[in-house]
Design a protein around this ligand. Structure first.
Ligand SMILES: Nc1ncnc2c1ncn2[C@@H]1O[C@@H]2COP(=O)(O)O[C@H]3[C@@H](O)[C@H](n4cnc5c(N)ncnc54)O[C@@H]3COP(=O)(O)O[C@H]2[C@H]1O
Ligand SMILES: Nc1ncnc2c1ncn2[C@@H]1O[C@@H]2COP(=O)(O)O[C@H]3[C@@H](O)[C@H](n4cnc5c(N)ncnc54)O[C@@H]3COP(=O)(O)O[C@H]2[C@H]1O
Lengths: 141, 141
């Protein structure tokens, strides 16, 4: 790898910080989680616990999957279930000190990747958009 | 730009061809469109007309926005409305002969970009994942 071709930028320089990231809580009913997703416009967001530790992610697909009945959508299911019952727990993670190249590899299979510290406290997210903007910058050096 | 840094790959080399792309039709009721999206797992897909010309895109966010009532979700709205009423028509487009660099610029603001020919016939889609995999390949040359 030539020095020019891969910046020494770190995750912390490229991430959206936690205060700007929409999220839901473990205990929220699915109907509330869906409302957060529809109003924010995001297809999936991080799930945090009450001490703001990262526990997983949840998206519209997983929520709507719960409503697939035999003949039609059964949206009433959503008020009976909670985020922790269907969220994705096995998620890739980065730390603030990880490199741009490490981050690029993780977003190949994931539209966004959560950033957390050693104790699991949520720091922010790395998005494909942030990585692609950095890729474009590097093409013109 | 050094020759090594930006391949001469074209959109046709990187795209998912039309036969592998889930899509909906202009006239589909929104409930059917949502079913296609939930079962395929995709958050948004292209919209084609009956002669397979590209007319726009539609996603779960736009569909679910129609169900936001004052106090709760009003999912019954979905059987009364059609794709053409809420789809996004003003979308970026690429052609098969466009370059990898042109494609990279378009996916900065869009998770996928539709590919169509001069007459508007749908050829496929370029995804962020395909672009990011190419970026990674180019880092190791
Ligand atoms: N309000 C908005 N304003 C401008 N553009 C918007 C937008 N909402 C979505 N987009 C565009 O659509 C892409 C896909 O969004 P999606 O919600 O599916 O997927 C998003 C979402 O799941 C998550 N995400 C992004 N920003 C977030 C935030 N502030 N809070 C929570 N989740 C976020 O990261 C994924 C990838 O985001 P990325 O930026 O790469 O890609 C975004 C961005 O290019
Ligand atoms: N069945 C599956 N198998 C493996 N991975 C999956 C998957 N469904 C989704 N993913 C992963 O999730 C990302 C976001 O998918 P999303 O449906 O929001 O956003 C997708 C979707 O809106 C559209 N798309 C991708 N493939 C499609 C297809 N065959 N037909 C229709 N639309 C497609 O392009 C967007 C970006 O796709 P991209 O591949 O960059 O990014 C995908 C991919 O990394």
């Amino acid at each position: 790898l030539q020095d020019k071709q891969a910046t020494n930028k770190q995750v912390v320089d490229l991430m959206i910080p936690s205060e700007k990231v929409a999220h839901v809580q473990l205990n929220n009913p699915l109907e509330h989680a869906l409302l957060v997703l529809v109003k924010s416009g995001y297809s999936a967001v991080p799930v945090l616990d009450t001490s703001y530790k990262l526990v997983g992610t949840i998206g519209k697909t997983a929520i709507l999957n719960q409503t697939l009945g035999l003949e039609r959508f059964e949206f009433e299911q959503l008020s009976d279930m909670r985020v922790h019952e269907i969220m994705k727990r096995d998620i890739p993670r980065l730390t603030k000190e990880d490199t741009y190249v490490q981050a690029l590899k993780t977003v190949i299979n994931s539209p966004f990747v959560c950033v957390a510290d050693q104790e699991g406290y949520f720091d922010g997210i790395i998005t494909r958009r942030a990585i692609l903007k950095q890729v474009r910058k590097e093409m013109y050096t």
